[in-house]
Design a protein around this ligand. Structure first.
Ligand code: NAG
Ligand code: NAG
Ligand code: NAG
Ligand code: NAG
Ligand code: NAG
Ligand code: NAG
Ligand code: NAG
Ligand code: NAG
Ligand code: NAG
Ligand code: NAG
Length: 858
């Protein structure tokens, strides 16, 4: 038996070693190292370390102060790069798109600035657009992430948060086998909290660990140390590939103890969600060893580590401890003769992902262009996000879905040399490219010449015809050649509008004419057919109804379902049983033709799943009506105020989801078209809910579009609803997107508190909430109808967001895009609370048939 195992072990180990990426795949960067010393070997690992020059644009090189250079200090920590200028500085590390990586950064301040009394520096790390870690200790800090590369470059950003100059000493990127850490996917990354080799004297890394993971030692007097020289078998496709040398040491209970309390620790950020992996291999098979594994409220009964074989156990799901305490305990059961033992463990925290990032191929292409021309601009991190750090000269499609494309690239006067690269054509959604004012030569690539002149504008200096037959000879003497002349001169604005609204808004609609500016539909006779599915309504032409038809649809206006901005709204059913809402303009309405036209105009231009869609309209003599998709659950206002027919309180999670969708609708209005559309009447009555509580913004009667950037957005007649009106707009008459943000902030406060904006005698909701926040108790703010069923951090995040939106000064309010992101964070917090409620079981990753686990009895 022993012989067989030995044999199996050596074969398997050889097989594993064969396909493990070796150190030649490592990218090891010694930050601040002079380029002349690039390639120096690490004395312990023999891994070559390079200078960081090629991977970063800014920063200064420094050396830690000599009195900090203790002997034995690893050489890669001696130098560092600091970033005294710019709020955000990023490295771009080459990667293989889709592959899994371990990325480690190390920080050792070492008084490099010569100031021995400087206070500890603190700054944030981002992996792409996702928050990763906060570097908190100037003495020594390491941060590690495991993630899948979403593009051929990994942007790693250091964000100055106002507590000292960010710096970094070492960056190490290690590719992992795809089978490792199955939790990690394109949508999930994790940050290492601890990786401990129990029973070891020293930290283990490469070459013992082929992936160069650090396995730190950890000592405790309540543990007895065990070790073996026997080989330990790794099953093939092991999800963790714990190094054999790590498994050859372990700890067990001291004396005759039956309990091994491996750790209790405090999550240094209570909001983080954790997962724990425990690694075992028994090497004392004299008698039975069996124990129960506890992790906070999770429990796994009767676990027996396998003899001389690696096995692992992991907590199920990502969990947050309410008190920041985590407790892994192994307790021998009554049949076990030997005490529990454990070899190693890993703890990771979840890196929450923002969906917003640039389409990966566009990102890769931009990096190629940056490198090909040595572009010296502030091109760092993700090209489009976060919006405040978007690359200069780059414009991105403002769609709210997760595929953000680069649509405009202005590289004029950027001191570029060389030929025009084919790389530009790889930006397939590009509508505008300006290469004028550079010293470029050579022909324009065919692929650019062939782009549709109606949808692509290209500026470039040339003395001769560059695209055969495309450029007229009269233009050829001018310095700047503009292809697609027909479009450029009078129609830039129209084209921009049409492109942004029609192409992106209605991608699925095939028959778009880019020569047709959007306008109010003329009365037309032939009604187009209406599809049955409400979601497809917007794909059909808007139908024109006769007054007679409206009477039929609504059974002679039998059932009124509400009061809209310009009249009563009636329930109706089309011939094919599609339910609709018919909004009639009443004779007495103060809102007239202008509002009617504004609404038709907006609704025909913008289409988004969170904006109510128009089925058709009626315009017959004095009869004006708009026909919409029917929203079965009425308005958010009805739901919050418990109108008749509404008998359940919306849960906190549902409320947050509803406002996220509404926020996305508004964000689309503001950003989805090249010219922002301002709703001007955002309120809970205008957020409608369908059968599945999906939210859509309605009532565009007051909305306004900027005609151009120069226009001053002064509106003489104040519009909007009392309680929701932007105070700044009220005083100045300046109309901007932030007026909607203010109104939306009021909506958020209503959703959180369940109260209307104005309560006679108690002032405006912003004042009321401010007073309650001052008590420091969020339960004072929250809607009592929620009965306390909400995550406290989620509620705080939500209310903080609402308060930011309702800042008096418009300039201090966030954009809707930021609001969406913050509300999503609030939702994640709430969902983790919901998860914890239903969660409480362990899963084992491999090896053992015992490993089916039920919730703890407690
Ligand atoms: C050293 O740092 C401290 C605290 O950060 C600061 O007050 C002091 O001015 C610094 N001294 C020098 C010489 O820069
Ligand atoms: C900072 O690092 C030093 C050296 O590793 C350590 O002694 C100290 O406890 C750390 N402080 C914090 C707050 O982590
Ligand atoms: C730990 O160190 C001691 C002596 O310093 C040594 O005897 C022992 O073998 C070491 N243990 C391991 C697992 O290396
Ligand atoms: C463990 O138990 C045995 C038998 O009960 C006893 O002889 C021995 O002294 C105990 N060892 C320790 C360290 O308590
Ligand atoms: C840790 O968990 C074990 C088992 O549930 C329990 O007996 C022990 O008291 C816990 N320790 C702490 C510090 O909470
Ligand atoms: C061991 O414990 C289990 C459950 O706790 C119990 O059913 C069983 O009788 C016990 N066995 C012995 C030998 O005490
Ligand atoms: C794109 O740029 C890279 C340099 O970063 C260059 O190697 C490559 O050949 C270019 N690709 C095309 C299609 O021009
Ligand atoms: C969205 O469009 C606005 C102008 O309407 C622009 O300022 C902003 O940068 C755009 N956002 C992105 C991510 O491109
Ligand atoms: C966008 O999101 C959808 C659903 O979440 C997903 O299936 C798709 O792969 C995502 N696309 C990109 C480019 O991330
Ligand atoms: C321009 O003319 C050259 C030579 O006639 C030809 O090879 C090339 O394909 C032409 N390019 C375009 C865009 O028509």
């Amino acid at each position: 038996m022993a012989l067989f195992l030995l044999f199996a072990a050596s074969v398997l180990l050889a097989a594993t070693a064969h396909h493990v990426p070796g150190q030649e795949d490592f990218l090891s960067i010694d930050c601040g190292l002079d380029a002349a010393f690039s390639g120096r070997m690490d004395t312990y690992t023999d891994i070559p370390y390079e200078s960081d020059d090629p991977y970063v644009d800014g920063g200064e090189n420094h050396e830690i102060s000599t009195d900090q250079q203790e002997s034995g200090l690893e050489a890669d920590l001696l130098t560092l790069r600091s970033f005294p200028t710019g709020t955000r500085n990023c490295y771009a590390l080459p990667a293989q798109s889709g592959a899994k990586y371990l990325l480690r950064m190390q920080f050792l301040h070492g008084h490099y600035d010569g100031n021995k009394s400087s206070s500890p520096v603190q700054f944030d790390l981002y992996l792409g657009t996702n928050y990763w870690d906060t570097v908190q200790n100037g003495s020594y800090w390491w941060s590690e992430a495991v993630f899948a590369a979403w593009a051929s470059w990994v942007p790693v950003c250091l964000l100055n948060t106002g507590r000292g100059t960010p710096f970094v000493n070492t960056l190490e990127l290690r590719q992992l086998e795809d089978s490792l850490y199955p939790d990690v996917t394109a949508d999930l990354s994790m940050s290492t909290f601890e990786r401990i080799n129990l029973g070891a004297n020293t930290t283990t890394r490469y070459p013992d660990d082929p992936y160069d993971r650090f396995w730190w030692r950890r000592a405790s007097s309540s543990w007895a140390y065990l070790s073996t020289q026997s080989p330990i078998v790794q099953l093939e496709h092991d999800s963790f590939d714990v190094p054999v040398s790590v498994l050859q040491t372990a700890v067990t209970a001291v004396g005759n103890g039956t309990m091994l309390n491996i750790l209790t620790w405090e999550g240094y950020k209570a909001s983080l969600m954790f997962k724990v992996f425990l690694h075992f291999a028994d090497f004392q098979k004299s008698q039975l060893r069996q124990f129960d594994v506890y992790f906070n409220d999770q429990r796994l009964d009767n676990y027996s580590p396998t003899y001389l074989t690696a096995s692992s156990v992991q907590s199920s799901g990502w969990s947050k401890s309410p008190d920041g305490m985590y407790n892994v305990t192994l307790a021998a059961n009554n049949v076990s003769v030997l005490p529990p033992m454990m070899s190693a463990y890993e703890i990771y925290s979840l890196i929450p992902h923002h969906t917003q990032r640039t389409f990966s191929k566009d990102f890769d292409t931009m990096m190629s262009i940056k490198h090909e021309y040595g572009v010296i601009k502030n091109w760092m991190g993700d090209p489009c996000f976060p919006v405040q750090y978007a690359w200069s000269g780059v414009k991105c499609s403002n769609t709210t879905d997760n595929i953000t494309r680069i649509i405009s690239l202005d590289l004029s006067n950027s001191n570029l040399h060389g030929v025009i690269s084919d790389n530009f054509t790889l930006l397939t959604e590009l509508r505008f490219l300006d290469l004028s004012g550079n010293s470029m030569n050579g022909p324009i690539p065919d692929s650019l010449c062939k782009k549709n002149a109606n949808t692509f504008i290209f500026r470039y200096d040339s003395d001769k015809d560059m695209c055969n037959g495309t450029t007229s000879s009269s233009l050829s003497k001018k310095k700047t050649t503009i292809i697609s002349i027909a479009v450029v001169v009078p129609m830039v604005i129209v084209v921009a509008l049409v492109l942004s609204c029609l192409i992106w808004g209605r991608k699925r609609k095939p028959k778009i004419s880019t020569h047709d500016p959007p306008r109010v539909p003329e009365p037309r006779s032939a009604p187009a057919s209406i599809k049955q599915n409400g979601d497809h309504l917007h794909n059909t032409e808007n139908r024109r109804f006769t007054y007679k038809e409206l009477e039929n649809i609504t059974s002679k206006f039998k059932q009124s379902i509400g009061q809209g901005g310009f009249g009563l709204v009636y329930y109706g059913r089309l011939e094919d049983d599609t339910e609709v809402a018919v909004k009639m303009r009443s004779e007495s309405s103060s809102h007239g033709l202008d509002e009617f036209l504004a609404e038709v105009n907006s609704l025909t231009k913008v289409h988004h799943r969170n904006l109510v869609s128009l089925v058709g309209y009626c315009w017959e003599k004095t009869h004006l009506a708009l026909i919409y998709e029917y929203m079965a659950r009425g308005s958010l206002c009805d739901q919050l105020r418990g109108k008749i027919g509404v008998n359940e309180t919306l849960s906190w999670g549902t409320r947050v989801r509803i406002v996220i969708e509404s926020a996305q609708g508004l964000d689309y209005l503001h950003k989805g078209c090249s010219l922002p559309i301002i709703h001007r009447d955002v309120k809970t009555n205008n957020i409608l809910l369908d059968q599945n509580l999906r939210a859509k913004i309605a009532d565009f009667g007051l909305c306004k579009t900027y005609l151009n950037d120069m226009q001053t957005h002064i509106s003489t007649n104040a519009a909007g609803s009392a309680g929701y009106m932007d105070p700044e707009y009220y005083h100045t008459g300046w109309l901007t997107e932030s007026s909607d943000v203010y109104s939306f902030g009021v909506v958020l406060l209503e959703v959180a508190t369940g109260e209307p904006p104005m309560l006679p005698g108690h002032g405006h909701i912003t004042q009321r909430v401010k007073q309650k926040i001052a008590t420091g108790k969020i339960n004072m703010v929250a809607d009592p109808n929620l009965g306390g069923a909400y995550d406290i951090n989620s509620m705080w995040k939500f209310v903080d967001t609402a308060m930011a939106c309702t800042e008096d000064a418009a300039i201090r309010r966030p954009t809707m895009a930021i609001v969406v992101m913050q509300l999503k964070e609030s939702l994640v917090l709430e969902e983790s609370r919901e998860d914890i409620r239903v969660w409480g079981s362990f899963t084992s990753t491999k090896g053992d048939p015992l490993s089916t686990f039920g919730p703890s009895a407690r």
